[in-house]
Ligand binder design. Structure first.
Ligand code: GLU
Ligand code: ZN
Length: 295
């Protein structure tokens, strides 16, 4: 089966190893794509070298292989796509849609993350400045396949957003929109921590004339104490020997059926079974799930 109408992707950030929460997101995007015969791509979101963990990229790819995931085409690395981001950034800047901002963290401290627009009309030069995209005083909304209707007022809740940092690093929001469009992604399946990034991405898509993908945000797996899983909270990296057990656990977390007897199944066999039985309507309609409660 080869369905040209579905292209999905998994887009890990190499700031740490894959953990159970990343597995849940990878599995959902993989099964959602393969269940309809779609393509599934992997993109390494290595935009931030200072926050990258040495060895994480290779470890992530090894985990995906050990867990039986097969991706289409070559791995794409965002670190190799800077010229494309630069091109879009300059065009936004030259059209007056983005501007240079030299405000310090201290100056912005009291505004709770919503930029007050100090540099908006100052016409500062590009160099040595952060670049911010003007956002409209409008609400953007979409219907998520799991989480339902989500809406955000860009002016009031987000403010003019950074698309290139002062240290010249491109922002996730810009790169993700450019790459999803360039790779022809039709379906974004990812963790619910990115739900509130989506309206920003819709605005950028509109501005750049890109098609809007469908969205499915799966519950974010959190620690029992409410913290996100990740390196800083010592969530264990995915172990190869645990592949079948962890895949079963991830399937249950996504509300999916599991085979009566999976002992002795290889990860690949399990993924094949899960693809045939995938039902996205069974995914819990929750933003977070605490890992301790998961069998
Ligand atoms: N790189 C992002 C992350 O690991 C995911 C981006 C996305 O799926 O849009 O959180
Ligand atoms: Zn400023």
């Amino acid at each position: 089966m080869n369905n040209p109408d579905y292209i999905g992707r998994f887009a890990p950030t190499p700031s740490g190893y894959l953990h159970f929460g990343s597995l849940v997101a990878a599995l959902a995007s993989y099964l959602d794509a393969r269940a309809v015969g779609g393509r599934w791509l992997v993109r390494m979101e290595d935009l931030d070298p200072p926050r990258e963990m040495p060895g994480a990229q290779a470890a992530i790819m090894t985990s995906l292989e050990n867990y039986g995931f097969e991706w289409d085409g070559e791995l794409v690395r965002q670190s190799e796509r800077h010229e494309h981001y630069q091109h879009v950034l300059e065009s936004l800047f030259n059209q007056g849609l983005a501007y240079a901002c030299t405000c310090s963290r201290k100056e912005l401290e009291t505004y709770q993350g919503v930029y007050p627009g100090f540099c908006r009309n100052l016409g500062k030069p590009l160099d040595n400045a952060a670049i911010r995209l003007r956002v409209p005083e409008l609400s953007y909304h979409f219907t998520d396949r799991v989480q339902g209707e989500f809406r955000q007022h860009l002016g009031r809740e987000v403010g003019d957003m950074v698309i290139r940092r002062r240290d010249s690093l491109y922002a996730y929001q810009l790169a993700v929109v450019i790459d999803d469009a360039w790779q022809g992604i039709t379906d974004v399946v990812r963790g619910a921590d990115l739900l509130d990034s989506t309206p920003r991405q819709l605005y950028l898509q509109e501005l750049l004339g890109f098609a809007q993908p469908r969205y499915l945000h799966v519950p974010l797996i959190i620690q029992p104490d409410g913290h996100k899983l990740g390196k800083s909270y010592r969530s264990p990296p995915l172990q190869a020997e645990q592949a079948t057990a962890q895949l079963l656990r991830a399937m249950r977390t996504l509300g999916q059926a599991t085979p009566d007897d999976a002992t002795g199944s290889s990860p690949g066999e399990l993924l094949k079974w899960a693809t045939q039985h995938w039902d996205s309507s069974l995914i819990p309609r929750k933003l977070t799930l605490a890992e301790a409660h998961l069998r």
